[in-house]
Design a protein around this ligand. Sequence first.
Ligand SMILES: Nc1ncnc2c1ncn2[C@@H]1O[C@H](COP(=O)(O)OP(=O)(O)OP(=O)(O)O)[C@@H](O)[C@H]1O
Ligand SMILES: O=P(O)(O)O[C@H]1[C@H](O)[C@@H](O)[C@H](OP(=O)(O)O)[C@@H](OP(=O)(O)O)[C@H]1O
Ligand SMILES: [Mg+2]
Ligand SMILES: [Mg+2]
Length: 564
Amino acid sequence: MKTNKNVKVLSAFRHLSAMRPQDPPGPLTRGPTAQELLLPPSPAPTPKAEQRDPNPAAMAMERPVRLVLDASLLLDPVVSGGAGPHEAAPVPTLRPGAEALLRRLRHSNLGVAICHPEEMPTTVSGFLEMTANLYSFGYISLPAPTGNNLLNESVLEWSGSSCCFYATSRVDEDLFSELQSHNWRVIAVDNECGTKDSGVVNIGKLQELLITLSILIKKEMASSSVLMVGYAMKPSREEDFAKRGAFPLYPSENGLIFVPLSFELPLASQLKEVDIILHKMTDEIISIDPNCSISFPRGISFSAGMSEVIRFMEEHPDFCIVDPFKNISPLLDRLQIQEILVRLQELGSEGRPKLRAPHSLKVINFNGSELQKQLAEANLSFPLIVKPQVACGVADAHNMALVFQIEEFSNLSVPLPAILQEYIDHGSKIFKFYVIGDKVFHAVKNSMPNANLLKSSSGDEPLTFNSLKTLPVATKEQLLQNSVQDNKSLNIDVVEEAAKRLKESLGLTIFGFDVVVQEGSGDHVIVDLNYLPSFKEVPDSEAMPAFWDAIRQAYESKKGKVQT
Ligand SMILES: Nc1ncnc2c1ncn2[C@@H]1O[C@H](COP(=O)(O)OP(=O)(O)OP(=O)(O)O)[C@@H](O)[C@H]1O
Ligand SMILES: O=P(O)(O)O[C@H]1[C@H](O)[C@@H](O)[C@H](OP(=O)(O)O)[C@@H](OP(=O)(O)O)[C@H]1O
Ligand SMILES: [Mg+2]
Ligand SMILES: [Mg+2]
């Protein structure tokens, strides 16, 4: 996980929207003028409900869709099966898969509550109440059944507001029919309940609950404009997006429902239900062959799950995927990124700063004899930043070095093949641009200082680091030194033009690129290109609507192409 702990975010956001993927690029309309503000890194905003009301049970009542999880669904039946006469009461624990379910439901924008029969032992009910509070869920104890009074007042009250689901693993036909008589949908998990026409939805595994819910919610919405997005990415990235509200199970403002694709379940049945696949394929890479030029699928081996998604796409070329594997593939290779950026260089025009790629050279080894000659031919001089040719998807893709003289190449720990890049003195300020659909945002972040400041601390050794974890960003003193120097400012027109061209040429829905402004020349140098970055510096209030619009636009653009 990238730690921005050393990075102070100077946030300057512009919302420069005007590009529509299927239209030829028109002039971008300007959003609000950027103000450079010194802001602490914005904390991930708490989910809406917590801002509204501290009482989880009350929160659940305000949302259009509610889900009540029976204790039997969450507790590990092995442990909570009760103790023998001479045994200590078992410690209640969650069943396998329950924690992942609760984590996803927490950010699902559904009103969720946990319920249990009133007569449950306090050790267990206390555990459930603590769990409910931990996930900001409501908490309900169902009264012992007396006559036809099976439901407590909250459950009854909710029935009137809108669409309610009750998920359970225990069979209670009376409770089910009572709930159904109040328009609740009952979902029974790993317990065949009721007959087919009893209206009870039977599913085999807990992992099926979310996609079952999303199908039922989509049906309840009864609107053809509601689309279901099945996503696949590593858990930490999913959590980063989810806690920003990116993956609602209750449709987003533009009608998207998000559901995680489970590689533990048959994929075909899940993909039958979704309209769009959203993925970060590099999270599912097992290995990349560094000695072959990456051209999807050549050179890359994927997990079994992602391989199945790839096969599905080969069989369903009209299916909407964000984004197509072949469009992403060049961004796994810093040599191909360099070639893409060099093509942008025709953009330069009189009177505007030059936009360019850093001078670069690919090497397959660090042997000094040839190197000096190769550097001269590539118009490269020290210091050089050395990056693996493989740009992401494998652990060592971000192991880099700053090299000040040729002797420092011996025993250099950067993975080969490597790309040697001109190191650009840029006053330790980097502009991270994010193209999200037809919108462009950027954030200013603290970056590596000028080489002379780094040289002094490295002696005769190369400066090795990991760009995600140990990037040698400027210290406070170095930042102050920079602030007195004349930092050339960013020319937004030039970068906007580049963003437009990149969007056209890459065919990607969401991507990021890093720009530094060279001291002295003012050249705008794009040093990095990433697909589906985290754009964590962009406020959720702007980033999330843009994220959802981008996905819907990709779908509509794909459907438009299929119909023509
Ligand atoms: N050519 C360069 N000249 C000066 N500084 C550079 C150059 N290339 C990279 N940097 C600095 O090193 C950092 C990491 O480089 P880069 O962005 O290429 O790594 P990465 O692993 O691709 O990072 P990301 O997490 O953004 O994908 C940049 O954010 C910038 O601060
Ligand atoms: O995890 P791999 O496949 O190595 O790729 C990285 C990307 O290259 C980086 O651009 C991501 O950082 P940002 O999302 O902040 O750009 C970075 O995101 P992360 O730091 O949030 O994991 C990674 O996605
Ligand atoms: Mg970068
Ligand atoms: Mg990168």
